[in-house]
Write a protein that binds this ligand. Structure first.
Ligand SMILES: CC(C)(COP(=O)(O)OP(=O)(O)OC[C@H]1O[C@@H](n2cnc3c(N)ncnc32)[C@H](O)[C@@H]1OP(=O)(O)O)[C@@H](O)C(=O)NCCC(=O)NCCS
Length: 222
């Protein structure tokens, strides 16, 4: 029988993760609403349901399960990593299995850390390393020896050549292309469709073909 998996998050990425979890061999047991246990929080939206999965409760619902499997289905990179720490502290037995879609192609010597999500049709090549709670979205290509650090998100259809490094919580936009050996710093954004030919520092938004660097407005947007 498939192992149960609780899904934290109720937004667009939660829809992706319900399907991903099923393809990866888990049975979604319900959504965890992190706000639900807060004093004064509004009652759960009674009819909330995605593809047959409903809200199980707040963080306290996780505490009732022994060694629950948990997926963090939150698109905001920094929030995804923070929520994982909060759950680890509140529910010491919680496990964060990597979710790998049945159609994804993962080379045998690639490394996939806990909580990583490898979505439909993604490709992860030889000796690549996917960090904890990173998302490799639909159809993205991660070439040989790439290092995708914790909490980073490589959007659908992005293509990374070999030996690229993507920093912690950085967002690579949809359809972006990054040539080999480029390093992109932490908490940066590469715009959708952009082409990166040289290193991008941390906390930088880079857009265009090839990229130019924009002044940052605030925290990384996802
Ligand atoms: C980069 C991005 C985050 C916007 O950043 P921003 O700081 O808010 O930038 P703005 O929208 O204010 O645009 C600033 C300038 O950059 C340009 N720009 C923004 N995104 C661009 C892109 N992807 N490619 C080329 N130019 C871009 C704008 O045209 C504007 O140019 P101008 O100053 O000459 O008028 C956004 O455009 C983007 O590409 N997001 C990726 C979305 C994505 O991947 N979604 C998939 C989720 S699964």
């Amino acid at each position: 029988m498939a192992e149960k998996l609780y899904i934290v998050g109720l937004g667009g990425h939660a829809r992706v993760v319900v399907a991903l979890a099923r393809s990866a061999g888990f049975e979604p047991a319900g959504f965890i609403d992190m706000q639900a246990d807060q004093p004064g929080a509004q009652a759960h939206e009674a009819g909330f349901e995605i593809s047959g999965v409903r809200i199980a409760g707040g963080l306290s619902a996780l505490g009732h399960a022994s060694a629950p499997n948990v997926a963090i289905a939150v698109g905001d990179n920094a929030a995804r990593v923070r929520i994982a720490s909060e759950i680890r502290a509140a529910v010491p037995g919680a496990r964060f299995p990597a979710l790998i879609h049945g159609t994804a192609k993962i080379e045998r010597d690639a490394r996939i850390a806990e909580g990583a999500q490898i979505c439909i049709g993604a490709i992860v090549c030889a000796q690549a390393s996917i960090g904890a709670f990173a998302i490799i979205n639909s159809g993205a290509i991660i070439d040989h020896e790439d290092v995708i650090e914790e909490g980073a998100h490589v959007s659908p259809g992005a293509r990374l050549a070999g030996r690229v490094r993507v920093g912690r919580c950085t967002h690579i936009g949809i359809g972006a292309t990054i040539i080999e050996r480029v390093t992109i710093g932490a908490d940066s954004i590469v715009g959708g469709g952009s082409v990166v030919l040289t290193d991008v520092p941390a906390n930088t938004t880079a857009v265009g073909v090839p990229v130019r660097h924009l002044p940052r407005k605030g925290p990384a947007a996802h």
